[in-house]
Write a protein that binds this ligand. Structure first.
Ligand code: ZN
Length: 213
């Protein structure tokens, strides 16, 4: 069975409100920056609506109302008219987390890259802004779980191709890559990883194949 996660999976799950907050943030940022993605999302919504008409109604998933309420509360908490000048470089879904612009964030230097971990999401997710210097690369790596990346500025190249502003890149344990930023400018990305706990002891090695089901 092919268990590869696709962008359409994410768009459908997002339309249904099923995505955990960090993943929803990635998808929202992708939608904010890509007209093509918005058109695809509209198609997913339409198809989802058509499918719903054909199935028996089901009770809402546990916690669905609470999630919706929290989302509405967060949106109410946003200033209705942005009284402070906002950095227009910051996509709208990120403005709550980056209220004073990218340059005001506490960037941590990692050599060829800088990162800021964003304080959102349930445990187990790591949500970061990454700024890869022009022409520089991230060390070659693979992934325990999924790594979802949206390009906000600039572009990068890896085994999956050349990715530019608005692109959503999905990597998983089958992908080994060494992303390299375009030579003409830094590449700023939002990246979320959902790597599960990796057990490395003898029992862990025994259990790891079971955990990957
Ligand atoms: Zn990666």
């Amino acid at each position: 069975m092919n268990t590869e996660l696709t962008r359409d999976d994410l768009l459908f799950e997002h339309a249904a409100g099923h995505l955990p907050e960090p993943i929803a943030l990635v998808v929202d940022t992708h939608l904010a920056l890509s007209a093509e993605a918005r058109a695809r999302f509209a198609a997913c919504l339409a198809l989802g609506g058509a499918l719903l008409e054909e199935v028996e109604p089901e009770p809402l998933a546990a916690g669905a109302w609470q999630r919706l309420e929290r989302k509405l509360e967060r949106e109410r908490a946003l200033p209705r008219r942005e009284s402070e000048p906002v950095d227009p470089r910051v996509p709208r879904p990120l403005r709550r987390l980056v209220p004073r612009g990218f340059d005001a964030l506490p960037w941590r230097n990692l050599g060829p890259a800088q990162e800021v971990v964003l304080p959102i999401g349930p445990p187990g997710y790591r949500t970061r802004l990454l700024r890869l210097k022009a022409g520089k690369s991230v060390p070659r790596h693979t992934h325990e779980g999924h790594e979802l990346t949206v390009v906000i500025e600039g572009g990068f190249t890896d085994v999956q191709g050349h990715h530019v502003r608005g692109d959503l890149v999905i990597a998983d344990p089958s992908v080994e890559h060494r992303p390299i930023a375009d030579p003409d400018g830094d590449c700023l990305c939002l990246a979320v990883t959902d790597a599960p706990l990796r057990l490395t002891g003898p029992i862990g090695r025994l259990l790891n194949p079971l955990l990957r089901i």
